[in-house]
Design a protein around this ligand. Structure first.
Ligand SMILES: C[S@@+](CC[C@H](N)C(=O)[O-])C[C@H]1O[C@@H](n2cnc3c(N)ncnc32)[C@H](O)[C@@H]1O
Length: 266
């Protein structure tokens, strides 16, 4: 079972539930519709959110949400502005609510760090799971024209931007796909790179262990797997002191796991 399926419901739905309950309960405490009443409603939602085990940073979000929502609506902004803002957020963060992996980008020092970790082989197949705007792939692809680089991204807008950037750079050793990497077989890749969140890491580790061929390498930016500590970790000298964790897999390839090549042929 996928981790994302086990983590239910997503925090945003829990927060919504807390807000709905607070909105129902508040009129029983006060009939006023002023700012203190809205703050009381927010405080109830925030406490409920904590009781429902939302991370601490939801507390200020839940606390201020009713107050800010009412005041924003009172500005009389045209409704299409909200629709556009919502649409952009959705296109940039297609499945963040479910997967709990937002878009943030690896920096240049990290690209260089990954470059140093690449095994010395004549040809390599490298995949970036959740490739964002494609920066990591483009950096490596320019330096290693003999290797093949693949990116898979589920959010339409980052995918479209990366696709355009790739065309503009004329990189023919980069392949980009819009899709969900959990449906991607990893058997044909030598190196898997992931910059995700703590949530999917155990499952990702297990997927790589089960599917990658002999000598497969998983590199994770920042996030490790408590039950399966990395073979090694290096900390880079960048502003955020990025740590790259990596695991080598020595098992033979498993049969029957679909790969992108087999998808294409299907
Ligand atoms: C933290 S960003 C990393 C972007 C890029 N790899 C980098 O290092 O610059 C994570 C990306 O993974 C994408 N993502 C999350 N879950 C995914 C999934 N199941 N399939 C494909 N992409 C996913 C998100 O949309 C987001 O763009």
């Amino acid at each position: 079972m996928r981790v994302a399926d086990r983590v239910s419901p997503p925090p945003i739905l829990t927060a919504l539930l807390a807000q709905l309950v607070a909105q129902l309960v508040t009129p029983a405490i006060t009939s006023a519709g002023d700012d203190p009443a809205l703050l009381l409603q927010g405080a109830l939602a925030a406490l409920l959110g904590l009781a429902l085990r939302l991370p601490w940073w939801w507390l200020p979000v839940n606390l201020l949400f009713p107050l800010l929502a009412v005041h924003t609506l009172s500005l009389g902004l045209p409704p299409w502005l909200f629709l556009i803002a919502f649409g952009l957020l959705l296109l940039f963060n297609w499945n963040s609510a479910r997967e709990r992996v937002p878009l943030y980008l690896s920096n240049r020092d990290t690209w260089e760090g990954i470059n140093r970790l690449l095994p010395e082989r004549e040809t390599l197949r490298f995949i970036d799971l959740g490739s964002g705007l494609g920066g990591t792939l483009f950096y490596l692809a320019q330096r290693h024209p003999q290797h093949h680089f693949c990116g898979i991204e589920s959010s339409p807008l980052p995918f479209a931007i990366s696709w355009l950037r790739c065309r503009l750079r004329g990189l023919d050793n980069v392949e980009l796909h819009l899709g969900n990497f959990w449906r991607e077989g990893l058997g044909e890749y030598d190196v898997v790179y992931a910059f995700l969140s703590p949530i999917p890491m155990q499952q990702l580790h297990d997927k790589c262990r089960d599917e990658m061929g002999r000598g497969g390498l998983l590199i994770s930016n920042s996030f490790t797997v408590p039950q399966n500590p990395p073979d090694e970790s290096i900390t880079l000298n960048d502003v955020r002191q990025t740590t790259l964790h990596y695991w080598h897999f020595g098992t033979a390839r498993r049969r029957g796991v679909p790969t992108r090549r087999s998808h294409a042929g299907a």
